[in-house]
Design a protein around this ligand. Sequence first.
Ligand code: GDP
Ligand code: IMO
Ligand code: MG
Length: 430
Amino acid sequence: MATNVVVIGTQWGDEGKGKLVDLITERARAVIRFQGGHNAGHTVIVKGNKTVLHLLPSGILHEGIVNYIGNGVILSPTALVSELQLLEKNGIPVRERLKISDSCNLLLPFHVALDHAREQSLGKSAIGTTRRGIGPAYADKAIRISLKAIDLLKPDVFASKLAEVFEFHDFVLQNYFGAASLDYKQILDETLAAAEIICPLLTDVTMRLVEHRTRGENLLFEGAQGTFLDIDHGTYPFVTSSNTTAGAVAIGTGFGPLYLDYILGVAKVYTTRVGAGPFPTELLDETGKFMMERGYEFGSTTGRSRRCGWLDVAMLRRAVLLNSLTALGLTKLDVLDGLPKIKICVGYQLHGKTWDLPPVNAEDLAMCEPIYEELPGWDKSTSGIKNFEELPKNAIAYIRRVEELVKVPITIISTGPERDETILLEHPFA
Ligand code: GDP
Ligand code: IMO
Ligand code: MG
């Protein structure tokens, strides 16, 4: 029997999804992205070689695996082609391994300009987006003026549809934001040049996935961003513009929800966040700085330093429910090595009451006072450990305590950025 596995970030992104997807890809036939765009930055490190993937699924380094970009992904033709060419230059035959949904909505240069202009105009209230144009591109999809990948197949039709959308956005850019006008011809030419590479890769991804299923092949769905960046369930408005939770798989690929078997949540053993928004366990002290430096917490897409804080189990509990998690993979255990004490947020104080789940409203979350439980740290290095029994006693106690609090089995523990620096207690495809 085939198994269909979903990997989901349970925090605010950058949990180490890329590393775990690459690791478990060996038992899958295909890896599928279903939402987000090139705001994602998924790092895969194999024998010292680092690859940061933005639009390409994290199965792309493996021979014999099909990688799909599903309809829910917002596709920048030029970003895709740059990423593809960079990998091909490094010897990875991307085009032999990649298929793209012809239903993907396109992200074009005016979306990037609008994202910049809006963030700029918000000043101190800015969301802190990746400025890749994600929000404006999804907005076009929602108001039904978006161009789709399939439009690239007919350059004449594409040119006239583009002219209409361009005119509207360029007007807003100039007259509302006071920004510079863009060049229609340049956008058309650049996009059509990228289309030459993209068009041969277009397909009906839903039907390809159904065919894999019929043949009894395992599928691996790769989430981007994280649960609390979900546009509906996250800390709105400090969120991304797609649904990042497990339910988005069915929508973003057309693969029915009853076909999914196993949802693996990924969490760092501490918490990070890039951009603005509430973060109850944030540490603005030496410990936060320690996590940032030791964990090398700089955005894979924008290079911004990530805000760091203690693990928040209250948020994880909500992530378990929102995604119907089967299991949890914990990453970056090694980053906590050497800390004398480790704190876990087990709930909050808000309006004189105790809560064991986070409030839905971002303003309420910002007022929550974390309630901490303190555990002893460990001196010994956990870096690169592959057997659970070799972990220091206190590290095992910490993992067991998190498991007890979250009430989901912890089946993978990552002890370093390399593919094989991992304790695999249960393979999702087993
Ligand atoms: P993603 O967006 O969820 O795929 O995560 P990112 O790739 O943006 O960020 C995770 C970072 O942590 C990357 O630099 C990884 O190489 C690194 N990483 C992943 N797992 C571990 C781990 O167990 N230990 C350490 N030290 N680094 C890790
Ligand atoms: P991966 O897949 C971390 C954050 C941005 C900002 C908010 C909105 O690597 O985990 P957007 O550009 O999407 O409109 O920005 O979302 N954000 C991420 N943070 N990891 C990501 O992706 C992110 N993608 C978007 O920092 O706060
Ligand atoms: Mg990332």
